[in-house]
Design a protein around this ligand. Structure first.
Ligand code: NAD
Length: 496
């Protein structure tokens, strides 16, 4: 039986999100009473007022998290009990699937179909996976002399500050929240000022699932206010940050200026997609490069924004890419069939259009797109855009655009391909397309990136670590490795 089609516009008209802080299990206004008006990038509609959290609110949230940590109301619960609460939390996320998906779409502009099929399920899966993992992790005993016993155990780090971006608001939050809570920490989450609503709902759902009040707090606000106050706070033990490399650098400075808190940075990218002449299926390679680029309006840290193609097949491949671009023409994010939605706000729209102009001014050749799209309903939209003839020194090849703009660069041989791929400050992801087994492995090994795909892209799973080399960061989200960020190693020597 087919499910009735949902009228997302009618539902959207009813949405009245609560933008107040969530501290100690309760909603409250910012201490200053100040709010920021949040409009939707979909069509400019008013979504609501969001508390403008500042140092006093962050301090209240950190105190609440500290009290919850110190009295061990969460950490002391047996693993089976914590697991039960987190599994319930994941169930509640899935039960609120339509509400959360709609909120995500209205807040940051992605197509509702993607929010429903990617963002909500991935958020729930992440929480459930860490719930399942928490009682399957054992500690160690070191191989010491018989007279001594050295236990190497992991303890929660304490109060974790999580600061996340706007491009996947729920998933990015879940990648921090789930492993941190699983290990018994308390948390203060600062969502992006551009997309604060789903993070606030997640905290309510966690409370409803049985997480004790005070363990998970959310303070919305601006980066330079709430974000800075959290990163500078003397009673925060670790910062799990996802965002731009520029802000990541600040996180390290804040830690140096305050209590040397641990900083785990997940930062920007300029990922390379390398296509060799021995790639047997160029059509699939082009479809994958375009699909991964334009998904989420190109607002993905791992978007394959640089396509590196061997000169012998470059014209053919660029034509295949250009033919793909129109399939991602932007449209109404609330319409179920839309492939690409709205850019998050006017500022980001201006940034993306500025890069398109820079590409043209620096001599790159526009093969597809390049213009703003004006829908009758308003909002911020850009055509899927493809440049050919790009040189590695151009701004569109070096800087993270964070919009639907892809650049084609040409190479002569394998050594040049590797050199170009590694020729940015970033090292998040890469992809190698070749049916020559040795070449694929050789190139994958030479690429300075946290994840390398071979003959695929965007294959993603909670079981594998996600993070970058170089200026793409130093931490790893997802997988068992994320536990490293939210635990301290302790050695206990016992004389026997
Ligand atoms: P951003 O750095 O501007 O902001 C990220 C977060 O930091 C926001 O919550 C913001 O309010 C806060 N912030 C900003 N300035 C701050 C300051 N001075 N002090 C404290 N907090 C501050 O990044 P963005 O525009 O929200 O997100 C896009 C970036 O995130 C891109 O560079 C993208 O590549 C990166 N990203 C990385 C990953 C990853 O896993 N590596 C995933 C998603 C996004």
């Amino acid at each position: 039986m087919n499910r009735p089609t949902i009228d997302w516009h009618a539902r959207a008209a009813e949405v009245r999100p609560d933008g107040r802080c969530f501290i100690d299990g309760q909603r409250r206004d910012a201490a200053s009473g100040e709010t920021t008006v949040k409009r939707s990038p979909v069509d400019g509609r008013l979504l609501g007022a969001v508390a403008r959290g500042q140092a006093a609110d962050v301090d209240a949230a950190v105190r609440s998290a500290r009290a919850a940590f110190d009295d061990r109301r969460w950490a002391r619960q047996p693993p089976a009990a914590r697991k039960k609460v987190l599994l319930r939390f994941a169930e509640l996320v899935l039960a609120a699937r339509e509400e959360l998906a709609l909120l995500e779409t209205l807040d940051m502009g992605k197509p509702i179909a993607h929010a429903l099929t990617v963002d909500v399920p991935a958020t729930a899966r992440c929480i459930a996976w860490y719930a399942e993992a928490l009682d399957k992790r054992y500690d160690e005993i070191a191989p010491t002399a018989e007279t001594g016993l050295a236990l190497i155990t992991r303890e929660p780090v304490g109060v974790v500050g999580a600061i996340v971006p706007w491009n996947y608001p729920m998933i990015m939050a879940a990648w921090k929240i789930a492993p941190a809570l699983a290990m018994g920490n308390s948390l203060v989450l600062k969502p992006s000022e551009k997309s604060p609503f789903t993070a606030l709902r997640l905290a309510e759902l966690a409370l409803q699932a049985g997480l004790p009040a005070g363990v998970f707090n959310v303070v919305p606000g601006h980066g330079a206010e709430a974000g800075e106050a959290l990163a500078l706070h003397m009673d925060v033990d670790a910062i799990g940050f996802t965002g731009s490399t520029r802000t990541g650098r600040r996180m390290l400075e804040y830690a140096g200026r305050s209590n040397l808190k641990r900083v785990f940075n997940e930062l920007g990218g300029k990922s390379a997609f390398l296509v060799f002449p021995d790639c047997a299926d160029l059509a699939r390679a082009a479809a994958t490069a375009a699909g991964s680029m334009y998904f989420n309006q190109g607002e993905s840290c791992n978007a394959p924004s640089r396509v590196l193609v061997h000169e012998a097949i470059a014209d053919q491949f660029a034509a295949l890419l250009a033919a793909q671009a129109p399939r991602y023409a932007p449209g109404d994010p609330l319409a179920p069939g839309t492939a690409m939605g709205a850019i998050v706000d006017e500022q980001q729209l201006r940034t993306v259009l500025g890069y398109i102009q820079a590409g043209q001014e620096q001599g790159a050749r526009l093969l597809a797109g390049g213009r703003q799209v004006r829908l009758d309903s308003g909002g911020y939209y850009v055509e899927p855009t493809l440049f050919d003839g790009v040189h590695s020194s151009m701004r569109i090849a070096q800087e993270e655009i964070f919009g639907p703009v892809q650049a084609v660069l040409r190479f002569r041989d394998e050594a040049e391909a590797v050199r170009l791929a590694n020729d940015t400050p970033y090292g998040l992801q890469a992809s190698v397309w070749s049916d020559h087994l040795s070449r694929a492995h050789r190139v994958a090994r030479a690429l300075r990136a946290g994840t390398v795909h071979v003959n695929q892209y965007d294959e993603d799973d909670i079981t594998v670590p996600f993070g970058g080399f170089k200026q793409s960061g130093n931490g790893r989200d997802k997988s068992m490795h994320a536990f490293d960020k939210y635990t301290e190693l302790k050695t206990t020597w016992v004389r026997i």
